[in-house]
Design a protein around this ligand. Structure first.
Ligand SMILES: CC(C)(COP(=O)(O)OP(=O)(O)OC[C@H]1O[C@@H](n2cnc3c(N)ncnc32)[C@H](O)[C@@H]1OP(=O)(O)O)[C@@H](O)C(=O)NCCC(=O)NCCS
Length: 75
């Protein structure tokens, strides 16, 4: 989560890029799951740009997504 005063400056995208890389390179993750609040189109679109797609599962307002690691956007 990025502090409200610092959103829309590229921090979320960079944090997600580094997080995915770290999980894959340091921990050998083959799959990563995340979720977005159904009201957050910014989070949904950010995850989608990295190759995350909805799995069809949801818990309350949280919509689950799963990417293909090699589908991650190179940025
Ligand atoms: C969602 C969140 C993590 C994104 O982080 P961020 O640092 O604000 O986002 P970035 O600046 O890296 O921008 C990522 C993309 O979102 C877009 N974006 C960011 N804030 C936006 C806004 N308020 N309105 C429209 N688009 C926005 C950017 O244009 C960018 O799109 P692009 O890369 O296709 O050009 C952050 O806004 C946040 O923590 N929001 C509140 C909590 C939340 O919703 N968390 C996620 C719950 S699942």
């Amino acid at each position: 989560m990025i502090d409200k005063e610092h959103q829309n400056r590229g921090y979320g995208r960079e944090a997600l890029r580094l997080g995915i890389r770290s999980l894959a390179d340091r921990f050998g993750a083959k799959e990563i799951y995340t979720a977005y609040e159904s009201s957050s189109s910014v989070a949904r679109d950010l995850y989608r740009s990295f190759g995350f797609r909805e799995t069809g599962e949801a818990a309350g307002n949280d919509v689950e997504m799963r990417p293909a690691l090699d589908g991650a956007r190179k940025s």
